[in-house]
Ligand binder design. Sequence first.
Ligand SMILES: Nc1ncnc2c1ncn2[C@@H]1O[C@H](COP(=O)(O)OP(=O)(O)O)[C@@H](O)[C@H]1O
Ligand SMILES: [Mg+2]
Length: 397
Amino acid sequence: MSHHLWHSLVGKDRFTCVGLMSGTSMDGVDAALVAMTANPEHPRVEVIEFSSLPYPDSLRESLADLAGGAAVTAEDVALLSTSVAVAFAGAFFDVCRRAGQEPRAIDFVGSHGQTVAHVPPGSGSPVAGTLQIGSPAMIAALTGVTTVGDFRSGDVAIGGQGAPLAPYCDFMLRRSHSTNRVILNIGGISNLTYLPKGGSPENVIAFDAGPGNMVVDTLFRALFPARGAYDEDGVRARAGTPVREVVERMMRHPYFVASPPKSAGHREFGPPFAWALKTAADAENASSEDVLATAVALTIETIVDAMQRFLPQGGVDEVFVTGGGARNRAMFGQLEAALAPIPVEPIDALGIPAEAKEAVDFAFLARESLMGRSNVLRAVTGASHALVLGTIARGTE
Ligand SMILES: Nc1ncnc2c1ncn2[C@@H]1O[C@H](COP(=O)(O)OP(=O)(O)O)[C@@H](O)[C@H]1O
Ligand SMILES: [Mg+2]
């Protein structure tokens, strides 16, 4: 750590920082302005402001092409990476402005970047890899604020999945002494963290369960063009009926039965998977609404199936839902019904807006990185040893 950076953080008992996140949905950049204490083992985190800046349509389309395996050049990737960094810096300035916070007074930024490729161990390739574009160096240069990013690659280099990373934050910030909790994120991919009451890091079980909004979004955009980027409040899906046989057929994908550690992305559940679902549903004369309802049912049933398969029987007392899927009433309603009588609530109940949760987590991962603390649960990612994830890019002095 640089002399300057060290001096600017050491001795502080409270940091003001910004977390920046864009997931596999590629909908835009979520920015959380967060106050957190420097207490190593018992940190407190408070969300001060949150904003979400949609990607410009052209950028979103280019990113989807890149993640979908379109033929692009290294030059294209370099230019897209700059556009992503500019979007991330824009989200940083936006959340500061909303909070009335001087950008230069921000202690640090934690940035996820934009995943455009994720090939973890077990994907069938001789080597693993993961690529998040929108480098911390560019974000630090554009914002003037020290930025920690590129959290996943170190974990992948030593045999880890590079994902999910949120479970470390769930353990540090959201575990309970009196209840067995599940924190369920429904982003493009769904991932869940099981936090047994009073448990230690080794007791945490977490993995990507399968598709979250990814399949629903892909089908919505194809079936209802010019109606926006997603099925607002799940209105269309709620008007349809899931086709049971299709849900069951799609659940035969080998990902669902594979034991954790495991992580997923566009490779498993991108457009080809969505088209396969649609083709199967069309063969059953499903309406467009039925197709969406089927995709929602697939998301929910794969989550419930994963909980039954991989979590201790009867061991879940409460479920908190995060991510954009928490706002899709078709999805949330089906989840509540499927898990009853286990209470299911948006994570807002714990004081974190559901949309902001992962951005908060990347701010927290950055804190750990800057404090030199190991910020990954090895039992979750499968990494061979403990390490401090994140690349630190210095801000302007
Ligand atoms: N009001 C809403 N109604 C229905 N779906 C929503 C709503 N808000 C967000 N979503 C869904 O959430 C997705 C974004 O979720 P997000 O948590 O940002 O995922 P990611 O981490 O993959 O970017 C959107 O693409 C959409 O499917
Ligand atoms: Mg998003």
